[in-house]
Design a protein around this ligand. Sequence first.
Ligand code: ZN
Ligand code: ZN
Length: 384
Amino acid sequence: MPTATAHAPAGPLVTIERVHAARDIADELGFDVVVVTPGSDLRYLCGYNAHAMERLTALAVPRRGEPLLVVPRLEAPMVAASPAGGLGLDLVAWDETDDPFAVLAAEATARLGAPPARVAVGARSWAEHALGIQRAMAGAALELAGPVVDRLRMIKTPAEVEELAAAGAAIDRVHARMADWLRVGRTEAAVGADISAAILEEGHVGVDFTIVGSGPNGASPHHEVSDRLVRAGDVVVIDIGGETATGYRSDCTRTYVVGGDPPGEVAEWYAVLQAAQEAATAAVRPGVGAEQIDAAARDLITGAGWGEQFIHRTGHGIGLDTHEAPYIVAGNHLPLVPGMAFSVEPGIYLAGRAGARIEDIVVCTEDGVRTLNERPRDLAVLPG
Ligand code: ZN
Ligand code: ZN
C-alpha cells in the first residue's frame, strides 16, 4: 500500500532516484536537458532548498550522462550541508567572474556530445535565468519542464504522504483553537494575527496564507483579512495554511458562525455544500478522472440551484507547493493514481452577503481515499 499507516517509518524523502527518473522521462519525451532553478522543483528533485537570487543555481539533468548542480562557489558549502550533499551529484561551482550560463551549457553539451536542441525549464524559474539559458544555448527551443517534473511530483511517496499528514494534523490543531480568537467585535486582521502565530506554534516554519472572510467578505474566496469587525451572526470563512520544516504544505478551510444563529437560509445552502464536499471526497479512487471529482461536487451544488455561486474549481494538488498538479477541474481527464494528494474544497459564494467553503486535503489510495484533515465539517457555531 503506498499510503503507509500514520507514523510508520516511511524512508528518506529525497533520493537520487528522483533525478534519475527525471532523466528517464526527459529521454522519453525528447528533451535534451531539464534545468530547474531555486524553488520547489529543485528542492523536490535533489533536496536543495536554495534561496532564489540573481546568481545562478541550477540542477541540469541531461537525457544522457550524469546530472549536475551548478552553484555559485560561495554557496557550495550549503549544498554539501543539505540533503543534496549526500546524493552524489556532480557539483559544478562557478566563480564571480564566470558566465554561469555558459558553464551550464558547456557541461550539458559535453555530456550529450552535441549542443542541446530541446531544453525544459522549470515553470517557476525567474525570467532572467530562463533567458540566460536561452542565450547560452543558442538555437535551443525552451519549453516548460512540467511534463517531466509534475509527472513525478504528482504522485507522492509514502514518506511524502506522511509529511502531508503531519502538516494536516498541525493545521487541524489551529482550527481546533478557533473559539479563542474568532469573537464578535474583533477585526479580521486581529483574528488573522492570532491564527498566524498559532500556525507557527502548531508545527509549521512559515505561514502561507490566513483568510478570515467575515460576513460579505466570505463571498470573495481569496479575501485575506481586513479591518472589518466580526458581528454577531456572521458566517466566517477561515482558510489557512503553512509550510512545515520539510517544505510540505497544509491548506484547510472551515466555515464558522460567531455569536448567535446565522440568517435562516444559511443552514439550507450550507447543507448542500457539505453534501457536495462529502460526495467529491467519496468519489476519489484510482482510475477516476480528476474532472469527475469536480463534477461530483459541482453536479450536486448545481442540482440544488447554487451552481452559479460555485465560482472556482474543486481542488488543486499539494506538496512542496500549495497549488500544484493535479488540478481538480472540468477538462482535466487525468486518471487518479494512488499517491496523488489534492484538496477537495467546494464553496458557495453569495456576493455582498456571505460565503462558505469546506476544504480537506485527501490522498488517493489503492482502494479509495485517505483524508488528512479531520476537524468536523459542520457549520461550527462559536459562542462569540
Ligand atoms: Zn486549497
Ligand atoms: Zn485553502
